[in-house]
Design a protein. Sequence first.
Length: 421
Amino acid sequence: MNNKQSLVSLCAVFLLLVVFASISQSSNTSSSLVQSVSEEEPTLYEAWVEFLDKGVKSAEQRKKILVDLERNFDPRALARRKKRRTLPGLFDERDFPVVREYLKGVAVTGAELMVLSRWLNGVVVRATADELKKIVVLPYVKEVGDYHVRSHTGRYASRPENPADVHRGPLDEDKSFYGRSEVQIEQLELHRLHKAGFTGRNVVVAVIDTGFDLSHRAFNHPELPIKVIAQRDFMDNDKITSPERKDRPLQHTHGTYVLGNIAAYAPGEFVGSAYATSFILCKAEDDAEEYLLEERWFVAALEYAESCGADVITSSLGLYTGYSQDQLDGKTSVMAKGWNLAVGNGVIGIQGGGNFGHDDDPHIHHLFPPADAIGVIAVGAIDSDGIITRFSSDGPTVDGRLKPEVLACGAGGWTISISDQ
């Protein structure tokens, strides 16, 4: 397992609000499934199963699918696509449903179907080695890969009552409206936007992270409690993004810090950057380990958020290994491909740039994927004095695009505490 760092930062979003993007995470390169799966070990695996096609046999069938998609799509998401989609038409074959018969064929092997992705035309399964070997020879299966041994290492029966807090303790009362967030809010002049009425109201932001604890008082102020319109756990394929007994004790920490920077509303103590926003919450990161399968969860989360009507999607998840810097062309990594589809559908995409540091050579870059994705706003980090931090990754991308596009407070900033509720 790779060691991780988690650094919370604020980032600017164009138009109505500013939301959070942060920098952490990594992944190991996965080897060939068929060659690596042990026949002797009764291990349970999670793996990505990709199909050859969407099963469209005629122009009439294609037309019917397109009509059905427009009729049944979320109205808010459809309106956004009509207004801002840059891809041809309103829908394309990547939006078409995965062929039901293909899914049934995979399930017949005994494998459990987990996370489905229309965009990537496949499904994450939980299966034994024998079941995976049956799946890989199915005639409509393109590949089985990015497999991961399903381990409960690092999972606990219960969480400690008072987990260690990496921040600076309880929030003191302050005479200002923003409290402890005043410096980082004013650094981006968000107070001027707030006074003008741009607080995130009528905007839907999706946050993709490790999980979220909504019990903090800053999420439950009687005047303005947090509004969550949809949520999904892509690790366990359920609708629970809050801490569970099976989670690692601090699994939810990073996501809670991120959400606090946006959504907190405790006047005089701490106020977030877009405190009147509505939220879609996506849990798509295993805080215990890093592996390429997480890319599939990430894209499924992008797909889910887009289909639920998100205006903005913000993520601080990325890969420290698995791709070389020469591959950061905005279209190679699975996560970058997912971002490109989301942005092409009119979503405003915000992505942490990385913790690889920077230098004075404009020809050498230190990004991590998917900050290189085309159309995504990558975010670097500065301290409270406006000086770029030593860890903040620089660009450009390998194909010469400017990265990061914006900088915001990523060191010496504040967010809510997970121990001081």
